[in-house]
Ligand binder design. Structure first.
Ligand SMILES: Cc1cc2nc3c(=O)[nH]c(=O)nc-3n(C[C@H](O)[C@H](O)[C@H](O)COP(=O)(O)O)c2cc1C
Length: 244
């Protein structure tokens, strides 16, 4: 892998800094195909849960998530998982969980990876997103996030790129044991200016960034799931003769 660290802050980035169509995980053809979640055919696309941390009807974060999903490569099927109807996590409810928690957990359990799109609230990520993460992590011993490949895109109408939210969210992944894609980072700044009234991406740079991010995430999921299941002959960088 080369060309990192990179800060794909849309609006401040030029196209050559974020190479078109080139995955940040170019070894995907060198590892065994991941049979991914047990019981599914390897030919089936990966199932990716997409979680948006804004509940706002006109959310820019959701519109960026839609644009990214539209650019997912074949082999990765993305579904939004709604978190707006989840009752606040309360440990008293663990024995008789609300139906919305159960339905949410079912959706996460069947995912091969999770992509988080988050706005920044007070230099962190919104409470509704933390609530969803907490619900998925419980009851004790049933952490659904354990080993789940994760990706993060932060979105803001301002120039900062939402780095505070992005990194605060990554902090939870440490304890949850979520292998998070490190590169490319995605701090989507000036987000309102990137989409037209119909939610279509207005410029080629944004299109390239979203495509590269989604391709890299697909490869990251492949890598993480493939390695976990290739225990007999673990993948190693030294066995990738011919890799770019
Ligand atoms: C409670 C609150 C706190 C906010 N804090 C930040 C912040 O720390 N950084 C930032 O860039 N924007 C902040 N904003 C502005 C949001 O980026 C803006 O409202 C954005 O449109 C929210 O995302 P959405 O359009 O997906 O709902 C904040 C907004 C709210 C409501």
């Amino acid at each position: 892998m080369s060309g990192y660290p990179l800060w794909p802050v849309v609006g401040m980035w030029s196209r050559w800094q974020y190479p078109a169509g080139r995955s940040f995980y170019p070894y995907r053809d060198k590892i065994p195909m991941a049979p991914h979640t047990a019981g599914r055919s390897p030919e089936e696309p990966f199932h990716i849960a997409v979680i948006v941390g804004s509940l706002r009807q006109e959310s820019t974060t959701r519109r960026i998530a839609d644009a990214a999903i539209a650019r997912a490569p074949s082999g990765m099927s993305c579904q939004m998982v709604d978190i707006g109807n989840l009752p606040h996590f309360n440990q008293d409810l663990e024995e008789t969980p609300p139906q919305a928690w159960v339905a949410f957990r079912d959706r996460i359990a069947e995912a091969d990876g999770t992509l988080f799109f988050t706005p920044e609230y007070n230099r962190s990520f919104p409470g509704c997103l933390k609530n969803a993460i907490d619900i998925g992590s419980r009851p004790h011993g049933s952490n659904l996030w354990d080993g789940m490949p994760a990706g993060v895109v932060s979105v803001t109408p301002y120039a900062s790129g939402g780095m505070g939210a992005n990194h605060a969210l990554r902090q939870t992944f440490v304890y949850l044991n979520m292998p998070a894609m490190q590169q490319p980072e995605a701090y989507i700044a000036l987000a309102d200016s990137l989409l037209d009234a119909d939610g279509q991406v207005k410029n080629e740079t944004t299109d390239t960034i979203l495509r590269t991010f989604m391709q890299s995430f697909a490869d990251w999921v492949h890598l993480v799931r493939g390695r976990a299941l290739a225990q007999a002959a673990p993948w190693s960088p030294t066995s990738t003769a011919g890799a770019p």
